[in-house]
Write a protein of this length. Structure first.
Length: 318
């Protein structure tokens, strides 16, 4: 039988309720987890939702509805179930304001962060075109054909590798390069939500943490995120690693339309994977090739048993 949690939409899963002017409550559903732990990008999206709610209610006079920068430190494992967010107004400014948010569950402080809000629609100042461009450039895409799985460069994959462990990946439809990912330390994708919900500035928190894991491109003889590997069922081994985020930074460049967008492009790259620790650089673009956000992570690569290990009393360290 399918439980009601298996049908949780992104909007439902990231909904928050105000307990007071500076306290908010959320619920982390089981179907947005990696193993037993809520997906880090999903948790990031709830932080963004708390900030959005706070700046549209308690701090509405600031007229700063958009989070333009975020820094989170993941101190301890989170878990499915109720979660409390406590906000402290750190700096209220004319152009930008900063708040501190702490996430607790059962009295444990698990994730803390600083979020900077401004108004992307009224920003003004010097503007220059830089020479920045992705190298190599993303492969061309035809959005009419990609929806029919007929695009010559991009193919849909039925399910992300290791989805039985990484359940949160099932919320997203992924399109990978037909000819395979390029270097093993990098991967490209076009993504949309499975249930026709649209990507918004809140869901950028999820997008910046939902992509092929570079460790596995080196771990297996054939990259499990290559279309040929997935279609041929050549690598159906169980997941060996869990990749808990130590810290996550997000730099938002653009306000997406309030109604959201269907498609986003993501490139992830790891510059070094060493002693079970790695950096991850993420670039997010829209259909027109415009920068939406940049993100940087520091993450561990741990045995999956660390994800599902029994939580010790008084401690829930990663």
């Amino acid at each position: 039988m399918v439980s009601s949690e298996d049908l949780t939409t992104f909007a439902e899963a990231t909904a928050v309720k105000a307990l007071s002017s500076h306290e908010y409550e959320a619920y982390f559903p089981r179907d947005w987890c990696i193993g037993a732990v809520p997906h880090g990008g999903f948790v990031t999206a709830v932080f963004l939702q708390v900030a959005s709610t706070h700046f549209n209610t308690t701090l509405s006079s600031q007229n700063q509805p958009h989070t333009i920068a975020l820094h989170l430190d993941f101190l301890k494992r989170t878990e499915s179930g109720p979660a409390k967010f406590t906000v402290r107004d750190t700096k209220l400014g004319r152009q930008a304001s900063v708040i501190h948010i702490s996430l607790t569950q059962d009295g444990r402080e698990e994730v803390v962060g600083y979020l900077t809000n401004s108004n992307l629609k009224t920003e003004a100042g010097v503007t220059f075109k830089s020479s920045y461009a992705l190298k190599p450039p993303p492969l061309p895409v035809n959005f009419s054909l990609i929806k029919q799985a007929k695009d010559e460069n991009w193919a849909p994959i039925p399910e992300m590798p290791f989805a039985s462990f990484r359940g949160a990946t099932r919320k997203t439809q992924f399109f990978f390069p037909r000819q395979g990912q390029r270097p093993g330390n990098s991967a490209d994708e076009w993504i949309r939500l499975q249930n026709s919900e649209k990507w918004t500035n809140t869901s950028i928190g999820y997008v910046c943490d939902m992509w092929p894991m570079p460790v596995e491109a080196f771990l297996h003889e054939q990259n499990p995120y290559d279309v040929s590997t997935i279609e041929g069922g050549k690598d159906n081994k169980p997941a060996r690693f869990w990749y808990p985020t130590l810290l996550l930074n997000l730099d938002v460049k653009k306000a997406l339309p309030e109604e959201g967008v269907e498609w986003l492009f993501v490139r992830v790259e790891a510059k070094q994977i060493k002693n079970g620790r790695m950096d991850l650089e993420v670039v997010i673009m829209d259909e027109g090739g415009e920068l939406v956000a940049l993100s940087h992570h520091v993450a561990f690569a741990l045995d999956v048993s660390r994800n599902t290990a029994k939580r010790k009393t008084g401690s829930s360290k990663i």
